[in-house]
Design a protein around this ligand. Structure first.
Ligand code: BGC
Length: 258
């Protein structure tokens, strides 16, 4: 079971966040959840193959001087290091044992976790979720709004992995992420107001299903949180991810330390 209270060995670990539109990576000080260097960003598309991603990662690892371990956030279901879904990335990832495939990048440990679960671990340990682990009020739902919608679900600090709430179907017959992801606002040229109406519709469904005590919003949308926060109509309080869009990198590195 993954918890956010594991012992925390010192040292530098490379955190990698593979997303639908780019790879971000930086060395992370997992003692305090800070980045030790500016993140590297490499654009990818849904067509970029796992081999090409590995090549990019080889370059990044070189640049960061052989990190002692690597944590990778992958945007799909991950079980025992293997990808069991590939919604917004190349189908080449499906059923790939990513840990085995990327292990040659380092002589140290290499671990792979769902990207939103990674962001959740980081926010619970270092960010907006800190202290939200009481028996009577410790249900936290983190949603990353980017190309898709990622979810991380915690109770009393324990992660329930691979929840995939972005794929919940709403009463209007649409999948949550194809209705309310941040990318949908851009693709469909929606105003903040009408996109936020969609987000409220999605959040209402999520609250019905999970009754969270706190909702944390993360992902690429977070730099625009001010543009929509006053329009949110949830029962639970909503906080922006305190670590911003770096939460995924930080959480992936943290996971590699567990
Ligand atoms: C995937 C999730 C992922 C989310 C954000 C969804 O399409 O199914 O696993 O966490 O996108 O990247």
């Amino acid at each position: 079971m993954i918890t956010e209270n594991q012992p925390n060995p010192a040292g530098e670990i490379l955190g990698v966040d593979i997303g639908g539109s780019g790879i971000k990576a930086a060395p992370v000080d997992i003692r305090n959840g800070t980045l030790k260097a500016e993140p590297r960003y490499i654009k990818i598309t849904a067509e970029t193959s796992p081999k090409e991603v590995k090549k990019h990662l080889e370059d990044i690892v070189q640049q960061f001087n052989q990190p002692k371990a690597i944590g990778v956030g992958y945007p799909g279901v991950v079980k025992n290091g293997t990808a069991l879904s590939a919604a917004n990335v190349s189908s080449g990832w499906l059923n790939l044992d990513i840990e085995k495939f990327l292990q040659p990048l380092t002589e140290g440990k290499l671990r792979v976790i769902n990207d939103a679960d990674a962001a959740g671990l980081a926010e619970m340990r270092f960010g907006s979720g800190r202290g939200h682990n009481r028996p009577d009020g410790g249900t936290v739902l983190l949603l990353t709004l980017g190309t898709g919608i990622g979810s991380a679900f915690f109770h009393q600090g324990r992660l329930f992995p691979n929840t995939e709430f972005g794929h919940v179907y709403l009463d209007n017959g649409l999948e949550g992420e194809s209705f309310a992801a941040a990318s949908v606002r851009v693709k469909q040229n929606l105003s903040w107001e009408s996109w936020c109406e969609r987000l409220n519709y999605y959040l209402k469904e999520m609250e019905k299903l999970t009754s969270p005590d706190l909702i944390i919003i993360g992902g690429g949308i977070i730099e625009n949180f001010d543009k929509f926060k006053s329009r949110l109509k949830t029962v639970a309080p909503v906080k922006p991810a305190q670590l911003g869009n770096d939460a995924g990198i930080i959480g992936a590195a943290l996971y590699a330390s567990m």
